[in-house]
Design a binder for this molecule. Sequence first.
Ligand SMILES: NC(=O)c1ccc[n+]([C@@H]2O[C@H](COP(=O)([O-])OP(=O)(O)OC[C@H]3O[C@@H](n4cnc5c(N)ncnc54)[C@H](OP(=O)(O)O)[C@@H]3O)[C@@H](O)[C@H]2O)c1
Length: 275
Amino acid sequence: MSVTSDRVVLVLGGAGTVGSGIVKALLDKGFQVAVISRDESRLEKLKQFLPPSAGSRLHTLVGDVGSEDGAEAAKGDLLKRTGKVTDVVSSLGFSWWQGGPPHTQSLQELHRVLDTLLLSTFTAWKAFFPLVKDNPNGSYTFITGGAGERLLMPGTGFLTLGAAGALAFALMVRQEYPEVPCKLNEVSAGREGGRLGAVSRQSGGAQGTFPVAAGREASPEKRGAVRGAGRRGRSLLGNLRFRRQVQASFQLRKSPSEPQAPHGRVLRGAQGAGC
Ligand SMILES: NC(=O)c1ccc[n+]([C@@H]2O[C@H](COP(=O)([O-])OP(=O)(O)OC[C@H]3O[C@@H](n4cnc5c(N)ncnc54)[C@H](OP(=O)(O)O)[C@@H]3O)[C@@H](O)[C@H]2O)c1
């Protein structure tokens, strides 16, 4: 059995724009991939987007990871299907929000944005992190957006709040759990020079450049090269590119003996990345 086919990567948000690209990339590389969506029809669309050859290596489930109970239930269903999860990519949220300046918004809308971007990231992590954290070959990767670092344009304030929460959560986890054997990664997709890009902060500590992501529903204006970081062979996210179809290439550490830099180092990468 190959190294990749023995690995089961759960892509949270795998039916979404970014997530579907990641799913395709992982399947192309031979991994088993699991996707949980609240909507069966989105899973069907995902299957149509993927090549038929993905078939038996793709595990899809209907579930809602946006509550602790929902995430636990989804975990139970998933483990019945796959028996294990070796890696998690968390790409929960939504593509865009531009509802207007804060004084025009309601508390209910702020709850909705935070639920989608931040709280689901937490409830999912709480359920699934225990499955991978003690695995020296495992990884947990958070997909974030540059909106978490600044206001991208007028009217996107709530997006900034939600994205900032998700970004802070990813960085906080790395600092709270500096010694966990699994790798903790954070990849921020965003715009730079008019093109969509990504910045990666990885527990491996290395930095480099490679293309990143592309999803099922990526619109033309969202396509572009993506900048990332990481040493080949040491990061989960090795190669993503925003195109109509993802041309991503994921690198997973292949053996426990592979050297690993100290956890907890935060890499600050490209400026100007947007959501
Ligand atoms: N698209 C971009 O241009 C872009 C750029 C930079 C960063 N990002 C970041 O990438 C992440 C994903 O964005 P996206 O564009 O892929 O958004 P998207 O197309 O809306 O996909 C988000 C996914 O999150 C899932 N999700 C949300 N809450 C969930 C829950 N409670 N249970 C299960 N699944 C849940 C949705 O699943 P369902 O199938 O159940 O709806 C959906 O598949 C976000 O954090 C975003 O900030 C996106």
